[in-house]
Design a protein around this ligand. Sequence first.
Ligand code: ASP
Length: 441
Amino acid sequence: MPDRPKHSLHRKIFIGLLAGVVLGLLANFFFAESKFLENSIRYFFSPFGQIFLRLIFMTVIPLIFCALALGVAELGDARSLGRIGLRTFGFTVVATSISVLIGITAANWIRPGDGISESGRQALMQTMTGKTVTTAVENAGKAKDWVQTLLDVIPRNPLADAALAFESGYNGGGILAVMFFALFLGVALALARSERTLVFEQWLQGMYEVVMKMIHIAMKLAPYGVAALVFSVVAKLGIDVVFTLGKYVAVVMGVLALQFFGVYGLILRLFVRVNPWHFFKAIKEVIVTAFSTSSSNVTLPTALRVTEHELGVPSKISRFVLTLGATANQNGTALYEGITVLFLAQFFGVELSFGQQMTVVFAAILAGIGTAGVPGGSLPVIVLLLQSVGVPGEGIGIILGVDRILDMSRTVINVSGDITAAAYVAKAEGAELTLRMKDEG
Ligand code: ASP
């Protein structure tokens, strides 16, 4: 059975995650101030985790390029491309809007920024001088206006965008521009069918299979890489910081859970007509991978495999929807950005008018489409949003301590949203999914 090794890998990743948390907490408790712990994180655990992430990251551009171009070319005629494109776009806009509105409502109702004690406030403010804050603020400072942002999605030089997509502070179209080029190339490939273009299409297919193999090999490192990454974060920060920001963390987690079980659950039941519980169970490998890597892009290969094999979504649909969605359909990120802006406004005592809140809603929806699917991709976007409503961008320092755990969680929602979208589009296109409504499914 092809199932066995896969399940044991996901179990191993989960064990790696738990080991990272437990050992990290112990190390933080017993050796918090020790130089030895600091050095072993700096010279061993953190680089080891980075090796795993880099092995996957190096495959992201070729994977996105091949998967999207092939996805579009396989859709064949312009009409089905238009229909599937519209359905994907419609899903993204509706699901993202719902998630942001729930988030903003919860943040207004619970007001997590009001209840922090003065000493907690002071302690948090001290983290604001950290280097990461400065970098995030500097990057956001270089931000462009909306017209330029939209224009940059159409690349002048797609190779430059591919080369610099993961450079923090890169100001061009990045991944979105690479995606645009791949889509355009796929359309042309479908229109220019000849013997020679068929050779090129087969080459793309071959490249896709080779890249998937590279990822498969790299994933063997996942359990250890994940343990090292999680250990590095937990050993440094401990859980105190989670308690100080408890209400904020709880609101974000609560709304993420509502989006996951409530909104996706309902969409799956009503429109995809499958049992949501079975669906979540079938994609648990994706959930664990998203949670432990904090990156939609790193999770993309696993998502592609599981969506095709476990759910039975046709590969031409899953390639198109999931590859686009890894960057453009980020419901968890959008709702998180909305809540965070409101939280920090409350923290600094800035009252946002209804109009300003609507600006936040609209900007968070767009940000969900534009945020890169990489760890911490939200941070520069949040600084931008904060500055646009008159809250100091440095405020982001307050939430940096808990960002990793929230990043892990929102990435789960982002990726599950992509898979829900793929299942929805497949069903609407008349495909038979392997999951059923009934319990035996
Ligand atoms: N880490 C998230 C993702 O890859 C993006 C974010 O920072 O919100 O989906």
